[in-house]
Design a binder for this molecule. Structure first.
Ligand code: ZN
Ligand code: ZN
Length: 194
């Protein structure tokens, strides 16, 4: 097994279809884009599935560094932007692949009677994962160059003290309630009391 795939499975905890998909996307980007040394490569992902762990693990686009942006569109679409050359690419899975993914997902969701056992479901998942690993990049992806504005870098904001709980928080996350400046956690609790 490829070292990179091993690394991802260690990070994620198991091998699954999402990992197979994310691995293929990440490998393509590694080959065709320079790996992010720090925050130069930005990933914008349209789903929060297992696949994103492969992106974080191999490409070093992480939530903590601010070069992983999540858009909750529920689609297997991945955008990469390189701050050095100001270029963006959009990677999606081909229609036939998406259809197959949908089919297998529906089979898993609808598995009834004797098929509704983990052994059967795991077999389907394994077949699907292996297929994703086996297909060529041409068979898997639609790739487009795209022109997008440069994603903003992570900013640092001043800290202020919450007048309710006494904990410090990022200034722009503050709220005012009952004449006090409070953190969002306290704001949520106080607004529920009203
Ligand atoms: Zn998984
Ligand atoms: Zn508070």
């Amino acid at each position: 097994m490829d070292e990179d795939l091993k690394k991802i499975i260690d990070f994620h905890g198991h091998f699954c279809p999402g990992i197979a998909m994310g691995y293929r996307v990440a490998k393509y980007v590694m080959k065709n884009y320079k790996k992010s040394s720090d925050e130069e490569l930005v990933a914008i992902v349209y789903n929060d599935s297992c696949s994103v762990d492969a992106i974080q693990c191999l490409l070093s686009c992480t939530f903590g560094k601010g070069n992983l942006i999540f858009k909750d569109y529920g689609k297997h679409v991945y955008i990469f932007y390189h701050r050095e050359n100001k270029k963006g690419i959009r990677i999606s899975f081909k229609e036939e692949i998406s259809e197959k993914i949908g089919d297998i997902r529906n089979k898993i969701l609808n598995a009834k009677g004797e098929n509704r056992n983990m052994e059967h479901i795991n077999k389907l998942k394994k077949e699907y994962s292996d297929e994703i690993l086996r297909l060529s990049e041409e068979e898997l992806f639609d790739i487009m160059d795209i022109d997008i504005p440069e994603p903003k870098r992570a900013k640092i904001y001043p800290s202020i003290k919450c007048e309710e709980c006494g904990e410090y928080f990022m200034e722009i996350r503050g709220r005012i309630i009952n004449g006090k400046i409070v953190c969002m956690e306290c704001f949520g609790k106080l607004i529920d009391e009203d």
